[in-house]
Design a protein around this ligand. Structure first.
Ligand code: ASP
Length: 346
């Protein structure tokens, strides 16, 4: 009997091993070049943290969809600022920057926060000072395109839409500067919804597992178009924008960050996988939690478990499915997967 058991468990081990699809990387949206860049590092036996840093950096350099890197999503003053995060699932260490000004390589600055400080997040002008001290170059993140976008929003569209409420002059009609008003629920309450769609709002989020089984995750974005200066989204917040834990796997999120960060969806997805959920089930739970409170929110979560299984869930993209990119050791080429965002998710 015991011989049979040993034989069966050896066969099972061989089977599991032959199914092993790590190293693997998954990326939000169809950010293919980032996936290829990360994959090239992973397939040569490189470190998952390097794959995440390089993968997200390429998107910053190539200004993916205009929503990652310089020259996109100008804030109310016309300035582009960047948010990025990198998390090491081996050490549970995090480096992040938020509202980073005048430095293009937010993902690499985040890596420097991780490796050269005992902190986790640096923000704004002082994050820029840190980056310069670490050898990064300071330059404007404004481009002719972002300038044009801002001029149109300010002069032609009278600052519509915007993120203000309960202020005067009426933010649904006029530009600021605004000052607060009392009893704002009755007066000048800005109900005009900001339409969050994939061209005014995106993040590259990546999760990777390398040959040694180390998990890393990261994000980079220029945030929300016409945000109030100083706004920090979900992307640089650990557990919200991304999360990684070598014992379980990792997850990352994209979408309406002001809402999503209230629910730590990446952390929730990882914790669901720890409790035995599949990556798809875990991502659905994270999305469902948000949608229960905010039925109109737009967002997606992708999740990867330590055994190389992956999945995703999304909400609020209308009839469009949510795409994400995968490449693992069993594939000749990356694969673009798609999930439907129909609600409710089961
Ligand atoms: N989550 C990002 C933010 O709100 C944008 C996005 O992923 O669509 O800053």
């Amino acid at each position: 009997m015991s011989k049979i058991c040993i034989f069966l468990s050896l066969t099972l081990a061989l089977f599991v091993n032959s199914e092993q699809n790590t190293p693997i990387v998954i990326t939000t949206w169809n950010f293919v070049n980032s996936t290829i860049t990360a994959w090239n590092i992973l397939k040569q036996g490189g470190y998952s943290l390097d794959a995440i840093e390089r993968g997200t950096s390429i998107c910053e350099e190539q200004q993916c969809d205009g929503t990652v890197g310089y020259g996109g999503s100008p804030d109310e003053d016309g300035e582009t600022t960047l948010d990025a995060l990198i998390m090491d699932g081996r050490t549970m260490n995090v480096g992040a920057v938020a509202a980073l000004r005048r430095v293009k390589h937010a993902a690499s600055v985040a890596r420097h926060v991780l490796e050269h400080t005992k902190h986790s997040i640096l923000v704004g002008e002082l994050a820029t000072q840190f980056a310069v001290r670490m050898g990064f170059h300071e330059e404007t993140l404004t481009t002719p395109d972002s300038k044009r976008m801002w001029l149109k929003w300010y002069y032609r569209d009278h600052c519509q839409p915007n993120f203000w409420m309960g202020v005067t002059p009426d933010p649904s009609k006029f530009c600021g500067p605004y000052s607060k008003i009392d009893n704002f629920r009755h007066k000048y309450y800005n109900w005009l919804p900001i339409k969050v769609d994939r061209f005014n709002h995106d993040t590259i989020g990546m999760v990777a597992i390398d040959r040694k089984g180390d998990v890393a995750a990261g994000t980079s974005t220029n945030g929300a178009k016409f945000k109030i200066p100083g706004r920090v989204g979900d992307s640089p917040i650990p557990g919200s924008g991304a999360y990684a834990d070598n014992t379980v796997g990792g997850a990352t999120a994209t979408g309406d960050g002001d809402i999503m960060l209230r629910f730590l969806p990446s952390f929730l997805a990882v914790e669901e996988m720890r409790r035995g959920a599949s990556p798809t089930e875990a991502a659905r739970t994270a999305i469902n939690r948000i949608a229960t409170h905010y039925p109109d929110f737009m967002g997606a979560v992708i999740a990867l478990s330590i055994d190389g299984a992956y999945g995703a869930a999304c909400h609020g993209l209308g009839d469009d499915p949510f795409p994400f990119v995968v490449q693992d050791i069993t594939m000749h080429k990356y694969k673009i997967e798609k999930v439907n965002c129909s609600w409710p998710l089961h």
